[in-house]
Design a protein. Structure first.
Length: 153
C-alpha cells in the first residue's frame, strides 16, 4: 500500500476513536461504518480518501486492546501533571494512536509516526496544538524506542 493510504488510515483511526468516545459506539460498529460508508467515499461534499484497511484495523484494535498501557504512558509524558482525561477528545485520539504505533509498531520508524500524527493534528488544530502533539510523542519515543532515538541523534 502507498504512504498516502497509510496516512489516510491514521486520519480515519483518529476519527473512529473520536466517534467511539463521543457517540459510545463499539469497535465492530465503527469498523463496519468506516469500512463501508466512509473510507474512499464522498459524504456531504467531503471526500474520504482510500486508506490501507489492514493498517486502519490494526491501529484501531491495537489502541483499544492496549488502552490502559497507552494511557499510562501518555499520562507520564504529559507536562505539568496535566492528565490525559483533560485533553480535548480529538487530541486524545491522536496521542493514543501515535503512542500505539510508537510502542507496538516497531516496523514504522519513530520519525514517521511523529510526523504523521503532527500532520493529523494540523488538520484539526493550529500550530500550538500540533506542537504539543509533537512534544508528547517525542517524549514517548524516547521512552519506548531509546535505541532508535540514540541513532537519530
Amino acid at each position: 500500500m502507498s504512504i498516502e493510504q497509510r496516512s489516510n488510515a491514521r486520519l480515519a483511526v483518529v476519527q473512529a476513536l473520536y466517534q467511539m468516545e463521543v457517540a459510545g459506539k463499539g469497535l465492530n460498529d465503527v469498523l463496519a461504518e468506516f469500512e463501508t460508508h466512509w473510507i474512499g467515499r464522498e459524504i456531504e461534499g467531503d471526500q474520504y480518501k482510500p486508506a490501507e484497511l489492514d493498517f486502519f484495523r490494526d491501529i484501531l484494535q491495537g489502541v483499544l486492546g492496549n488502552q490502559k498501557l497507552i494511557d499510562q504512558e501518555i499520562n507520564a509524558a504529559l507536562q505539568g501533571g496535566w492528565p490525559l482525561a483533560r485533553i480535548e477528545t480529538v487530541m486524545r485520539a491522536i496521542l493514543r494512536a501515535g503512542a500505539y504505533e510508537l510502542h507496538l509498531r516497531k516496523d514504522v520508524p519513530m520519525r514517521v509516526v511523529i510526523k504523521e500524527y503532527v500532520d493529523v493534528a494540523g488538520a484539526f488544530f493550529g500550530p500550538v496544538e500540533a506542537g504539543m502533539i509533537n512534544a508528547v510523542l517525542d517524549r514517548l519515543a524516547r521512552q519506548t524506542r531509546p535505541m532508535e532515538v540514540a541513532k537519530q541523534s
